[in-house]
Design a protein around this ligand. Structure first.
Ligand SMILES: Nc1ncnc2c1ncn2[C@@H]1O[C@H](COP(=O)(O)OP(=O)(O)OP(=O)(O)O)[C@@H](O)[C@H]1O
Ligand SMILES: [Mg+2]
Length: 312
């Protein structure tokens, strides 16, 4: 048949946690503490099932049935929501918090975009199955017959729409349908074997996800645009560093709330557009000034909301 696919073809650069760079990126994600904490716990028990057992030993001896329900949750977590709201940033770095919390090594396996296949019939299905195979065999090496696994794996499927869209869609190509089947089979195989693996899926289109994929999600995290408090949390430190007063920062927070439609700036609008734009506008011979920042803001529009059925 065709030549075997190597693990480097299946995944983008694998990353081992704890990792100081990831810890920094994770710490810089502000205003989503609840999602961070909950996701860390959910992933923590998936990659290290002995953690809850140790906890129960201390606090709830004999709570075997309750723990069994926790342990039998499917190994899939979905991060869904609008563009630029931190799904990718969080899923790429949360492994650091998981590793520190569970005190085990965690490796991120990000499914490569190239893995989606070149469109040739059978390509995506074959590559997806191979990616699950590779994850499975790596995880089997980590699992000890008794006690704590020696490490855990986070298998990340970012921009997951192509491999998890609903098979109910009549226009769907049979190859895509087969890809979704391969994904479901892969998750089920990981679940059966109780391996220290968590699958994280990121998507803009939660409503387009196949019901069988949804059903397998232990949790769905919904990401939205930052509210007032969260916008302040993002811009307060950098703007204070640039010499803005707290009244000026209040004004910037207000100006990034968006128009009448209520669609305000995304996290990435603030970090990747607004702040760099203010700096580059002043660079190289002027300081950043509040009055100029207001002028610039009046010309900037928030990224439009992601809409079903329209290209992103
Ligand atoms: N909570 C946050 N706090 C600070 N910055 C954030 C936060 N969320 C996102 N950002 C910034 O926005 C950038 C883009 O975020 P990210 O790529 O994670 O968005 P996304 O939700 O994956 O979007 P898309 O759906 O378009 O892929 C990040 O690199 C980061 O700079
Ligand atoms: Mg993303």
């Amino acid at each position: 048949m065709s030549e075997p696919v190597s693990i480097d073809d299946l995944f983008d650069r694998r990353l081992d946690f704890p990792d100081i760079g990831a810890a920094r990126r994770l710490a810089r994600l502000v205003g989503i503490d609840e999602a961070k904490t909950r996701l860390t716990k959910v992933l923590g028990v998936l990659v290290n099932p002995t953690g809850p057992r140790d906890w129960a030993g201390k606090h709830h001896k004999g709570a075997a049935t309750a723990l069994d329900y926790l342990e039998r949750r499917p190994p899939l977590v979905i991060l869904a929501g609008d563009v630029g709201t931190g799904k990718t940033a969080l899923s790429e770095t949360v492994g650091d918090a998981v590793a520190r919390q569970e005190k085990i090594g965690v490796t991120l396996y990000p499914l490569s975009l190239a893995t989606r296949g070149s469109g040739r019939v059978g390509e995506m299905t074959k590559l997806l199955s191979a990616a699950f195979d590779a994850t499975l065999s790596a995880a089997e090496k980590l699992k000890r017959s008794s006690g704590k696994a020696s490490g855990g794996i986070i298998f990340l499927v970012d921009e997951a729409d192509a491999v998890t869209q609903s098979r109910e869609n009549a226009q769907m190509h049979h190859e895509d349908r087969a890809g979704v089947n391969a994904f479901i089979r892969g998750v089920d195989r990981l679940a059966e074997k109780q391996l220290p693996v968590a699958v994280v899926l990121c998507t803009n289109r939660i409503t387009a996800i196949d019901p069988a994929v949804m059903r397998r999600a232990a949790e769905i995290f919904d990401f939205g645009r930052p509210g007032e408090k969260q916008r302040r949390a993002v811009i307060e430190e950098p703007l204070t560093e640039l010499g803005f007063s707290s009244a000026h920062i209040d004004e910037i927070v207000r100006l990034t709330a968006g128009g009448k439609d209520g669609v305000g700036f995304t996290f990435s609008d603030l970090t990747q557009r607004l702040l760099p734009t203010l700096i580059l506008d002043a660079y190289p011979d002027k300081p950043v000034r509040f009055e100029r920042a207001v002028e610039i803001l009046r010309t900037m529009q928030p990224t439009p909301r992601f809409r079903e059925g329209k290209p992103s």
